[in-house]
Design a protein around this ligand. Sequence first.
Ligand code: ADP
Length: 543
Amino acid sequence: MQGLMQDWPLLIHRIIDHAATQHGSREVVSRSLEGPIHRTDYATVRQRALRGAKRLAREGIKPGDRVATMAWNSWRHLEAWYAIAGVGAIYHTINPRLFAEQIVWIVNHAEDRLLMLDACFVPLVEKLAPALASIERYIILTDAAHMPQTSLRNAVAYEDWLAEADDDFVWAAVDERAAAGLCYTSGTTGNPKGVLYTHRSNVLHAMQVCMTGSIGPSANDSVLCVVPMFHANAWALPFALPMCGAKMVMPGSRLDGASVYDLIEAEGVTHSAGVPTVWLMLLDYMTTNAKKPSTLRQVAVGGAACPRAMIVRFERDFGVDVFHAWGMTESSPVGTTGTIKPAVGKLEGESLYDQKAKQGSAPFGVEMIITSDDGVRLPWDGATVGRLKVRGPCIAAGYYRQETQILDAEGFFDTGDIAAIEADGTMRITDRAKDVIKSGGEWISSIEIENLAMSHPDVAEAAVIGVPHEKWTERPLLAVVPARGSARDPAGLLRFFEGRIAKWWIPGDVQYLEEIPHTAAGKINKVRLREIFRDYRLPDDGV
Ligand code: ADP
């Protein structure tokens, strides 16, 4: 027997409709690329998104078409997402930090019809444009006064383009399983892979993110969206914040410590979310300039392992509660968050930080397992490590225009991460499968060594890779960016590890670098690091 409740499709535009009626005057504040701070609210964002949708329809954009965006976080980018999804088309976010060939490959693979871009990306896109055959028109996210001279085909200033339509538009009534968003993973190996979100997956994921115990924003919060919209849906914040009515603060292109700090103070920011590299810049700025945040209460750190030392610094020096978030483009992206469950008891000091350094537990809607390489399920004992696999309504089932089967027989997706899970469901990532260091037939966790190295006062940033070793197959090599003004004492640093990790985990050597390479998504670029040390031999190799 069927139940007798309403069928109310989970469509993205319903989120901005809700925000406009329940939280219409709640602010969306952006540091504009033109310079000044721009203020709008959810009711106005909705109105302009309706206009954008009408204008897109007049442009000939139909349900299922792809419309690309290459833009920093701003109110215009937000309006563009809702407009594109609202006409039934698919917003396709492009990471401008990718290599030029990757951008060209992605646009051609997606067959984007329009590209909406910030004015600062015009020079980059002009170089690529001859290879972007499918793009019929370039819409520059600015007004007439700031419109650059450009050779881009049919280029128009967004404000002029938008002014050509009114907001008398009815959102497209697409199926909730229709595609709404497209985001390609950086593809450190092979071609990028397109993750195709549905309206339903985005709405459900935003609800997951809104749950207490997850990122859990509320109408009383002011949230700084540090994570860019071109990186894995900006962790659902463009949907979750209007859903709950939180004030939305968009940093534009300026993610340096001073700019982020100033915005936090000016806008009474209480919560934020982003990758560790951005927080390193903020922490350094606050330490060097003796500043403290006056309203910031909580920061979610993810996209890469949050060094334990960062958690300690935020909490001890600045009174900011840090929690870990783990996920990936394929998981919408938030998979786990570092809530402390009652089962672990009341933790304080070092044991609390140890717990917070773990990636945390899954919300309703994310099922996790760990398996051996041949698919045998492994126990949740906190010690056994295996391949982390996930299943749920917000997890990718396949890649756009690729035949490859990415789910196992039970519907689980292999994340490519190596993890241990505790009996209470708390998960800890030890490595990416491709970064694991194999030494003497055992695995060494590079994340654990990096965490420890980062807790040493002489270390600003640390990365560990496996380098070939005659006897042990591989041994860890520690690459370090020294803290400002600190001495370079490799022997002292290696002694620091003694008694803190197993002897055979202690790196074979320390090499100092000016900078650790990062990927377009802000993660340590281990592929590049391995290239840098391709000809390197450990001092004891062959001994
Ligand atoms: P890409 O796959 O294109 O590099 P993603 O953002 O999808 O970009 O990367 C997801 C990966 O980032 C995860 O599989 C994991 O290896 C890493 N990651 C994300 N969050 C964390 C975290 N909190 N701790 C450790 N690793 C993380």
